[in-house]
Structure formats: structure tokens, C-alpha cells
Design a protein around this ligand. Structure first.
Ligand code: UFG
Length: 341
């Protein structure tokens, strides 16, 4: 059984990926500092998969702690690196915290991988690197635009660190550029935990459906899109998780065409904000009250993925529909609120 280290494995995408890794027969080691997640998630992952994982509370920004982790968990075959701070607004307020946290952690892991002879690395990147793309759907060869936020810049720099490391060091890596991950595991045991007012669209919709928010503000209705609202490529978090299994397998089987590869992880379909509100009503029978509001600073008008490369090389494609995504998000919201068991 191959052993995979998942950093940030108790977080939103990390927890879903850990479940899929266990389902696929991998041994899973999670390293997380629990700064944005709870230890209960470990039990929940184990409950869903019916298998045990090895958990380490680690500060990845601390070199010594990372080395100790690799020493304790011998024979790691690959690392999937999720652990990162990810709030765009917060990163603007606290740029140094973001650069320190996101870049030091990644560098420390790569250093330990070299020291302990671990070769394979999968990186959580983001479609944010494309900014406002010139052509749609956006391909992996599209220009990387100057980052709008320190958060976005840590993703761009993280990719460059990998590209340069793969050139001269015994490291093979894949960056997965996620589009908009949404939804939750069908069990309702894991999902995206909200702290305070949700920044992202789908949690805001489910909190409005639950009655916690009176209405949804739709940020901008004068964009050059079919209905004037922004267009995104929403993807079920379980599909994002299975993309990581495909990436790990590609690395472990020596199938990466180059030592460093980049893949878009989306459905290839663009949905506007209004499309999402309507899809939620169709999926759940609940109409979301909304108000058309001014544009939100920093939003791109439209972005959705060209998914051909992931299909032809990783043999991966998204399976879930937007209704699946929204039903699972609503199920998660209701379970958290104790509305359903
Ligand atoms: N939106 C609303 N109302 C809300 C929340 C969001 O209308 O209350 C709109 C946004 O304006 C945007 C769309 O819904 O048009 C999606 O917004 P999200 O915040 O859910 O997602 P983003 O596309 O802004 O965020 C994505 C990733 C982030 C990444 C960011 C960078 O989820 O991790 O792109 O551009 F940082």
C-alpha cells in the first residue's frame, strides 16, 4: 500500500481527498496545524472510509517539525500539499502572514522531501492565476496574469518554486489549478466549515436558504455575460478530490510527460450567479431571495476551464452536475444546523 502525506488534510478539499485516497487503497498520513479545522474531521474521514489514518499536528512553517514528520512516517511515496491560508481579503490585510505561511510551508516540505528521498508532489493551485483570461475556455498555456492579491501571488510563486525545483532536483510535480470547488460529501459528515459571513457564493446561498441571511447580494449585474452576472466553473469537491488520486497515480506510475505538469480542474461549463440561484431552486425547491448589488472589487468577469488536458493525460473528468453540487451543499448545511440527522 502506497503511503500519501496529505498536508491540510482536515480542511475542506483535504478531507474529501483523504476519503478518496482511503477508498482507493492508499495509506493516508495527515499533517495539519488545525488552525482552520477541527480534530473531529479525522474521525469523520475514518467513519466514512471505514479505515484508519495517521494524524500529526504539525506547524509546516517550522523546518524541524517537518523533518521530524518525515522521520516518523517512513517511506512516504507522495505528498499532496493543501495546507495554506486562503482568504483573499485577509491576504490583502496581512500580506507577510500569507507569504510566510504559504511559501515557508511549501519550501520546508520540498526540502524534507529531498532529504528523505520522496519524489512526488501534488500542489493545490487555483484558476486565480489566470486573472481575467483573454480567451475562454481557458487552457493551461494561457498567460498567467499579475496576481491581484498576496493569496493569488502565493499560488503563482508556489507554481514557480515547483517548476524551478523540478528542473534540477529529483522532484516530479503536478499543479492542479482548481476552478470553484463547491458542495460536500454525500454523507454530510464533511464539507466547508464557515467562520462568520461566507465570502463564497454557495455557502451564502445555503445560509440564505436556511434563513440565517435575509437575501443574497449578487455582486454585479452589468458584466458582459449573457445575464450580466459573473460566470464561474463550479466543480463538486468530490470531483476535485478524485483529480488528486489521478495526479498521484500519474506520478507514481511515471506517466508525467514532463517532470512538472499543470492541469485545469473544472467541469468546463460556465454558470452565472443567476444560473446558480436558479439551479438551487431546481435542485432543492427553495427560492433564494436576492438583490442586485454593485460589483465586488477584484472579481473577474468570466472564467471556465478547458478540460481537455486533464482528460487526455490524467484520464480524469468531473462527474457531478451542478444540481448534485447544490444538493450536497444544502444537505451539509442542514446537517450542521441539526435540521436533519
Ligand atoms: N458572489 C455573489 N454574492 C456573494 C458571494 C459571491 O454574487 O455573496 C459572486 C461573486 O461576485 C462571483 C461568484 O459569486 O461572481 C463566485 O464568487 P466566490 O467568492 O464563490 O468565488 P470566486 O470566484 O470569487 O473565488 C475563486 C476561488 C478563490 C480564489 C478566487 C480568486 O474560490 O479561492 O477565485 O479569484 F481565491
Amino acid at each position: 500500500m502506497k503511503k500519501i502525506l496529505v498536508t491540510g488534510g482536515t480542511g475542506y478539499i483535504g478531507s474529501h481527498t483523504s476519503v478518496e485516497l482511503l477508498n482507493a487503497g492508499y495509506t493516508v498520513v495527515i499533517a495539519d496545524n488545525l488552525s482552520n479545522s477541527s480534530i473531529d474531521v479525522v474521525d469523520r474521514i475514518e467513519e466514512i472510509a471505514g479505515k484508519k489514518i495517521s494524524f500529526h499536528k504539525v506547524e509546516l512553517c517550522n523546518r524541524t517539525e517537518v523533518d521530524l514528520l518525515f522521520e516518523q512516517e517512513k517511506d512516504i511515496d507522495a505528498v499532496i500539499h493543501f495546507a495554506a491560508k486562503l482568504q483573499v481579503n485577509q491576504s490583502v490585510q496581512e500580506p507577510l502572514m500569507y507569504y510566510e505561511n504559504n511559501l515557508f510551508a511549501q519550501i520546508n516540505i520540498l526540502q524534507s522531501m529531498l532529504k528523505f528521498g520522496v519524489k512526488h508532489f501534488v500542489f493545490s493551485s487555483s484558476c486565480t492565476v489566470y486573472g481575467n483570461p483573454d480567451t475562454l475556455p481557458v487552457t493551461e498555456t494561457a498567460q498567467v496574469k499579475k496576481a491581484e492579491s498576496p493569496y493569488g501571488n502565493t499560488k503563482q510563486m508556489g507554481e514557480e518554486i515547483l517548476e524551478h525545483s523540478c528542473k534540477t532536483k529529483p522532484i516530479e510535480a503536478i499543479s492542479l489549478r482548481y476552478f470553484n470547488p463547491v458542495g460536500a460529501h454525500e454523507s454530510g459528515l464533511i464539507g466547508e466549515v464557515q467562520h462568520g459571513v461566507p465570502h463564497h457564493l454557495v455557502p451564502y446561498i445555503t445560509e440564505t436558504a436556511f434563513g440565517k441571511r435575509p437575501f443574497l447580494n449578487i455582486f454585479g449585474s452589468d458584466y458582459k455575460t449573457p445575464d450580466g452576472t459573473c460566470v464561474r466553473d463550479y466543480i463538486h469537491v468530490v470531483d476535485v478530490a478524485t483529480a488528486h488520486i489521478a495526479a498521484v497515480e500519474q506520478l507514481l506510475h511515471g506517466l508525467n510527460k514532463k517532470k512538472y505538469e499543470i492541469f485545469n480542474i473544472g467541469t468546463g461549463i460556465g454558470y452565472s450567479v443567476l444560473n446558480m440561484v436558479n439551479a438551487f431552486a431546481k435542485a432543492t425547491g427553495i427560492n433564494i431571495p436576492y438583490q442586485l448589488s454593485p460589483r465586488r472589487a477584484g472579481d473577474v468577469e468570466a472564467v471556465y476551464a478547458d478540460t481537455k488536458k486533464a482528460l487526455s493525460e490524467l484520464k480524469w473528468k468531473a462527474r457531478y452536475t451542478v444540481e448534485d453540487m447544490l444538493c450536497s451543499a444544502w444537505n451539509w448545511e442542514q446537517k450542521q444546523r441539526g435540521i436533519i440527522n
